[in-house]
Design a protein around this ligand. Structure first.
Ligand code: PLP
Length: 410
């Protein structure tokens, strides 16, 4: 055997040096260690409905079973005709302009398509505007692709809407695109038409591509309407993302899609790049594609959850009211999705590091949340709670959190 000093070791690629994806990071590692040691941890960290007793609509499972033997081979790279036709009809209803069947791509979740879109677009030095806080995959993929993510602030004082002045101040000659996440993870914000119009105006003025992540578009509460920004920008090139992970409680099946719309002429070469990367991954999970039509156009069970009396609605009411009554916490009420992003009074608790805060909460109360900096939020003063567990469980968690804060560093 070689002596230790001669042993070759392997480091990760430097491409990963600045990539951050902490939703499954060090705090989660600690939670896993605790679980391995026999401690029960209440996980309020991952937006995975199936693990909290939300079931896939029966007809989706039934139809997938029936089609399984027809789905043994690869599909066309963009996806099955039936899936893309269903997405096409959905796009028409959402008013996406100038969409053909070739503009629709299925993916192994929206995640894969975000990665493809960033890889195909960004050269070293190219900038892309991404919200802060964000769903951190956007920043991670832009960085991995060699681009420079530039974060614009979403304003907690204004319902967490994007701060237009901040967006404007961050545009340079290298800015290629702007990402919006609407409805938003982690804030639960839903952008009204006026806000979207301002973003369209900026994108038009500076000739930016708009990427709109709308995976929560069917999880909107309070009778509010979700507007696809692409429907307001027929003259711009837009890419709109959605999928079934959240609305149909099938995050494990891995099915999402993206739709190119508007002015595709200006993006002809970029689209060739998208096609190349789409071809290179052959196709997305075919059994999951086979139920897109059933899922999108069958009974929408998610609808029962997001109205008064429904689980997601009632859990939101509960968690919002509980959080706002905890001394040292303030919070904006979310309108969509199933996340809430409370603010901690850092001066009161002398908090300078929110990873430490999340670790302390985990070790002391066995509650797992994600620290705000994990969403590219630059201050250590927020954390995200997934309010998918039942009210009884959330009740215990909120009591424990209040108890924890009562004695934390005071
Ligand atoms: N986009 C947002 C805003 C998300 O919150 C998530 C998952 O949490 C995704 C994309 C990824 O979803 P998928 O399961 O389709 O890959």
């Amino acid at each position: 055997p070689l002596e230790a000093r001669h042993m070759r070791t392997f480091a990760k690629s430097s491409k990963l040096d600045n990539v951050l994806y902490d939703v499954r990071g060090p705090v989660v590692d600690e939670a896993n260690r605790m679980e391995d040691a026999g401690t029960q941890v209440l996980k309020l960290n991952i937006g995975n409905p199936a693990t909290f007793g939300f079931r896939t609509p029966d007809e989706v499972i039934y139809d997938m079973r029936r089609q399984l033997t027809d789905c043994e081979g690869y599909s066309a790279s963009r996806g099955l005709f039936s899936a893309r036709k269903a997405i096409m009809q959905y796009s028409q209803i959402k008013g996406l302009p100038n969409v053909t069947m070739d503009d629709i791509y299925t993916g192994n979740g929206v995640s894969e398509l975000i990665n493809i879109c960033m890889s195909a677009l960004l050269d070293s030095g190219d900038e892309i505007l991404i919200p802060s806080p964000d769903y951190p995959l956007w920043t991670a993929c832009a960085t991995l692709a060699g681009g420079t993510p530039v974060h614009y602030i979403c304003d907690e004082q204004a319902e967490w809407y994007p701060d237009m002045d901040d967006i404007r101040s961050k545009i340079t000659s290298r800015t290629k695109a702007i990402v919006i996440i609407n409805p938003n993870n982690p804030t639960g914000a839903l952008y009204p038409r006026e806000v979207l119009q301002e973003i369209v105006d900026i994108a038009r003025e500076h000739q930016l591509i708009i990427f709109s992540d709308e995976i929560y578009d069917r999880l909107v509460m309070d009778g509010e309407e979700h507007v696809s920004i692409a429907s307001m920008a027929p003259d711009l090139f837009c890419v709109t993302f959605s999928g079934l992970s959240k609305s149909h409680m099938i995050a494990g099946f891995r099915i999402g899609w993206m739709v190119l719309s508007g002015n595709k002429r200006i993006a002809r070469d970029y689209i060739l790049g998208l096609n190349m990367l789409s071809n290179m991954r052959l196709c997305s999970n075919v059994p999951a594609q086979s139920i897109v039509q059933t899922a999108l156009w069958g009974h929408q069970s998610v609808q029962d959850y997001i109205v008064p009396g429904g689980r997601i609605y009632e859990q939101r009411e509960f968690v919002y009211n509980a959080l706002k009554d905890i001394p040292g916490i303030s919070v904006v009420k979310p309108k969509a999705a199933f996340y809430i992003f409370p603010k901690i009074d850092t001066a009161r608790f002398n908090i300078t590091d929110d990873v430490q805060f999340a670790l302390d909460l985990l070790r002391e109360k066995r509650i797992l949340v994600v620290q705000g900096t994990g969403f590219n939020w630059s201050h250590p003063d927020h954390f995200r709670v997934v309010y998918l567990p039942r009210v009884e469980v959330l009740g215990t968690a909120m009591e424990q959190l209040a108890d924890f804060l009562m004695y934390y560093r005071q």
